[in-house]
Design a protein around this ligand. Structure first.
Ligand code: HEM
Length: 505
């Protein structure tokens, strides 16, 4: 009797094993995941790869696992793309399928779960927000309306630096002054406002809250709670701070900028198109019922991070490379002097007849890409990519930095050499006409701010080099260009002191 039972049990076990193997084989055949390190239960690959998923660490993983790889970070699937062909597939060919965005627990807070434009999924809301933002921000008309303002801001920077006796001797942290310039460039467009002094209390408050938002959002410190839900209770304190910063920041935008503009609009006639700044257009859309008040504030939030910091980091990187490569700085100065003549300060239309200046800007954006992994993309539904199955709602990181710094595809990519964009890479533009070079992305979710960023970069770097000899501080032969990477940002680790010796014309 017992023997019969044992026999039956063994047969049942055998059948169960065969069944399990068959099902797993069938599943395996049905679902072919991209290669990657073998995950362990609950944690996935988190214990193996750690928190710091920066562009360099991800490039190393790509060398091991290939141009498409999958990381299981606790509950999150993360797909890393490291070839121009697959980047084309994600951003262009399957641009709709991969055109959404993921948000982690922190970005959920800062964007009100995607009520903004940058971090919302691909769909009706995104289309509407992008359409509403285009006329007030992203057209050549805007560039032509505001370029005089940008040129005036840069003239004011040059003046202030010349008047600072430390600039020519011990050096100054140039970035500090350029930061106010970038705020002014964008706040002129948004609100027709500018800040006269670094000591303006409103400017100080705004800068502090924006800085806090970036630090909290770009940090890798909260990954554990985002990846592994059972650890989320430990993140409660962090998320509480995020919520407070978010509330205070949106309130500041509302009280001091949006409501102030509304008051002004109610006293002045705004029928003259020339008087309209971006927020007037955005408020028109709210009045028509296309968007709500929160959406308005999230548009202001998006511009504060997407526009100001990225451009500022790029200017800062450009200065660092020019200081560390005096021969390139001199060559650029020579172009400016000979093309424009002594004393003529570079303007937006001038930038188009200054190929070396443009090459310096492109090379800065190549080697020191401000958003090296683009803003994370996402597929709402299960999708196919490079012959593999990508599970629904995977975070897709396109390693744009690696595409532009892969030695198999670029000549000595580690060198800062603007000449490459006049020689072997002369056809390559920053707008994504070559999938190896995507500093602004390409396709549906590409950066609409490129139209503003490129002239601002040209005017800023051009005028600095025209007016000053930029050098490392006394006793240093180079400035430190160590990097600080974030969730998807890349900036210089230390805001360097720069000696700016005025030139006499
Ligand atoms: C050097 C400066 C800048 C760089 C390097 C840069 C880079 C980028 C990148 C890589 C993306 C993501 C592309 C993708 O995910 O495929 C992006 C998105 C975006 N950028 Fe920029 N950007 C810069 C300046 C600006 C400026 C000045 C503005 C606005 C005035 C701006 C507004 C945006 C917006 C709104 C998005 C989101 C687009 C969407 O999701 O549909 N950016 N940017």
């Amino acid at each position: 009797m017992d023997l019969l039972l044992l026999e039956k049990s063994l047969v049942a076990l055998f059948v169960a094993i065969i069944l399990a193997i068959t099902i797993s084989k069938l599943r395996g055949k049905k679902f072919k995941l991209p290669p990657g390190p073998i995950p362990v239960p609950v944690f996935g690959n988190w214990l193996q790869v750690g928190d710091d998923l920066n562009h360099r660490n991800l490039s190393d993983l790509a060398k091991k696992f290939g141009e498409i790889l999958l990381l299981r970070m606790g509950q999150r699937n993360l797909v890393v793309i490291s070839s121009p062909d697959l980047a084309k597939e994600v951003l262009h060919t399957q641009g709709v399928e991969f055109g959404s965005r993921t948000r982690n627990v922190v970005f959920d807070i800062f964007t009100g779960k995607g009520q903004d434009m940058v971090f919302t999924v691909y769909g009706e809301h995104w289309r509407k927000m992008r359409r509403i933002m285009t006329v007030p921000f992203f057209t050549n008309k805007v560039v032509q309306q505001y370029r005089f303002g940008w040129e005036a801001e840069m003239a004011s920077v040059v003046e202030d630096v010349k008047n600072n006796p430390d600039a020519a001797t011990t050096g100054i942290v140039l970035r500090k002054r350029l930061q106010r310039m970038m705020y002014n460039n964008m706040f002129r467009i948004m609100f027709d406002r500018r800040f006269d002094s670094d000591d303006d209390p409103l400017y100080i408050k705004l800068k502090a809250l924006n800085g806090e938002r970036s630090r909290l959002a770009q940090s890798f410190d909260y990954n554990y709670g985002d990846f592994i839900p059972i650890l989320r209770p430990f993140l409660r304190g962090y998320l509480k701070i995020c919520k407070e910063v978010k509330e205070r920041r949106l309130q500041l935008f509302k009280d001091y900028f949006v409501d102030e503009r509304k008051k002004l609009a109610s006293t002045k006639s705004m029928t003259n198109e020339g008087l309209k700044c971006a927020i007037d257009h955005i408020l028109d859309a709210q009045r028509k019922g296309e968007i709500n008040e929160d959406n308005v504030l999230y548009i202001v939030e998006n511009i504060n991070v997407a526009a100001i910091e990225t451009t500022l980091w790029s200017i800062e990187w450009g200065i660092a490379e020019l200081v560390n490569h005096p021969e390139i700085q001199q060559k650029l100065r020579h172009e400016l002097d000979t093309e424009l003549g002594p004393g003529h300060q570079v303007t937006e239309p001038d930038t188009y007849k200054l190929p070396y200046l443009q090459a310096v800007v492109k090379e800065t954006l190549r080697l020191r890409m401000a958003i090296p992994l683009l803003v994370p993309h996402m597929n709402l539904k299960e999708a196919k990519l490079g012959g593999y199955d990508v599970p629904a709602e995977s975070k897709i990181l396109v390693n744009a930095w690696w595409l532009a710094n892969d030695p198999a595809k670029w000549k000595s990519p580690q060198e800062f050499r603007p000449e490459r964009f006049l020689e072997e890479e002369s056809h390559v533009e920053a707008n994504g006409n070559d999938f190896r070079y995507l500093p602004f992305g390409v396709g549906r979710r590409s950066c609409p701010g490129i139209i503003l960023a490129l002239p601002i970069l040209g005017i800023s770097l051009g005028r600095l080099v025209q007016n000053f000899e930029l050098l490392p501080p006394p006793g240093q032969s180079k400035i430190d260009t160590s990097e600080k990477g974030g969730q998807f940002s890349l900036h210089i680790l230390k805001h360097s002191t720069i000696v700016a010796k005025p030139r006499s014309f």
